[in-house]
Design a protein around this ligand. Structure first.
Ligand SMILES: Cc1ncc(COP(=O)(O)O)c(C=O)c1O
Length: 395
């Protein structure tokens, strides 16, 4: 028996949720933006949370069982052996990126990212960590496939001010999964030029059939200056519970232990720790089902776009549930999300916020039922069609 019936997901029930996805827009808008999933919570996680509430167990977190659960999951998933003493519980991946930048570089240094990329990286690097963003955009082949620009990375790493690299693997929003060979090359370049690598691997458990995720720390040497950030929050839809893990090498685990303020290690939520332990230990069957639903949905979106939005270009992601769609063939300006919201009553993420290469694009969340996804893409087609008519009439 499958853990849940995806066709039973219904918008009226989803609208009762108090989370950001369902509260940010008017009730006639279908939310397909922020990376929250519409699926029901995995049963082992729901049970663990209900039991905690029944115990009135809402005090400070102790971290109980977390290092054991996450290291077991990493080993089963990717044969990645991590010593429990190198796992540090924190509140979320984004604050982990911020703290890793602070620990491994100096104010004013250059920190490399690959645009188009998860927008909060920009403000984290510039405004919170007070470093400079150094962009090495992804390359794009004629068929629309994105890839890391290895020559561009080498040139950036050679710049004297560049001391850190935020590697988003798998990549948000393109769903690209770097190959082992690319990661090995990055490890070599980072070593040669003394660049710290901060690997955000939050989407890794959602790697889809046909792709293989390689944890960055499995290719980096033991004494490398790098950390990985992992979490159960994307794969099991727990971001509001606030729990992530920073994993160090021999060298960086010592830095974290000695220099990360102790308060940061107490910032994970207690219910987040409880839910993450349940996810890592018992959430496998649910995750497997979700991966198969997303696999179906990524192909469905290709079919629906071909039918309703024929000038869109879209390469199905190799990982996770975000569809990065190029709508620049439609004459609706650099940010098509405004037309989709105003005319189509669907909320998607605005491409320009993802930095260079984002104009004309939108990011669509596919972690929902095929019926809702169909309605979203139909609305997209109708609104772009009507926007074109308005444009033609105005000319
Ligand atoms: C690549 C990436 N990093 C970090 C985050 C945020 O994670 P957290 O809520 O743990 O900070 C997201 C959320 O979607 C993400 O896509």
């Amino acid at each position: 028996m499958v853990p849940f019936n995806v066709d039973a997901i219904d918008l009226n029930t989803l609208r009762l949720r108090q989370s950001a996805k369902y509260q940010a827009f008017a009730p006639d808008v279908i939310p397909a933006w922020v990376a929250e999933m519409d699926f029901p919570l995995a049963e082992p996680i729901a049970d663990a949370l209900h039991e905690a509430i029944d115990r009135s167990d809402t005090g400070y977190q102790s971290g109980a069982g977390l290092a054991d659960a996450v290291t077991g999951f990493l080993h089963r998933s990717w044969s990645w052996k991590v010593q429990q003493s190198r796992v540090f519980g924190i509140s979320d991946v984004l604050s982990g990126v911020n703290w890793a930048i602070r620990l491994l570089s100096r104010p004013g240094d250059g920190v490399v990212v690959n645009t188009p990329v998860y927008p909060p990286f920009f403000s984290t690097i510039r405004d919170i960590a007070e470093r400079q963003v150094v962009d090495v955009p992804l390359t794009r082949s004629p068929n629309g496939q994105y890839a890391l620009d290895m020559a561009g990375l080498e040139a950036a790493f050679a710049r004297p001010e560049v001391t850190a690299y935020v590697l988003c693997s798998p990549h948000n929003p393109t769903g690209t999964v770097p190959t082992r060979g690319e990661l090995e090359q990055i490890a070599e370049l980072a070593h040669t030029h003394g660049v710290a690598v901060i690997a955000d691997e939050i989407h890794a458990p959602l790697t889809l059939p046909g792709a293989v995720h390689t944890p960055y720390l499995t290719v980096a040497p033991e004494d490398a200056t790098c950390v990985s950030l992992v979490s159960a929050s994307k794969a099991w839809n727990l971001p509001g519970l606030k729990c992530a893990q920073m994993i160090g090498t021999d060298r960086t685990a010592t830095t974290i232990r000695e220099r990360l303020p102790k308060e940061v290690l107490y910032s994970a939520g207690h219910l987040g720790v409880i839910a993450s332990v349940a996810a890592y230990e018992s959430g496998g069957p649910w995750l497997e089902h979700v991966v198969s639903v997303i696999d179906t949905n990524r192909s469905l979106v290709a079919e629906l776009l071909a039918e309703h939005v024929p000038q869109a270009s879209y390469v199905p992601p190799a990982a996770s549930y975000l569809a990065w769609i190029n709508l620049s063939a439609y004459d609706v300006g650099p940010d098509p999300s405004t037309t989709l919201l105003d005319e189509g009553r669907i909320a998607v993420n605005a491409g320009p916020t993802f930095g260079a290469g984002g104009d004309g694009h939108v990011r669509l969340n596919m972690a929902t039922s095929p019926a809702i996804l169909t309605e979203v893409v139909e609305r997209m087609g109708r609104s772009l069609g009507s926007a074109r008519q308005h444009g033609a009439m105005g000319q």
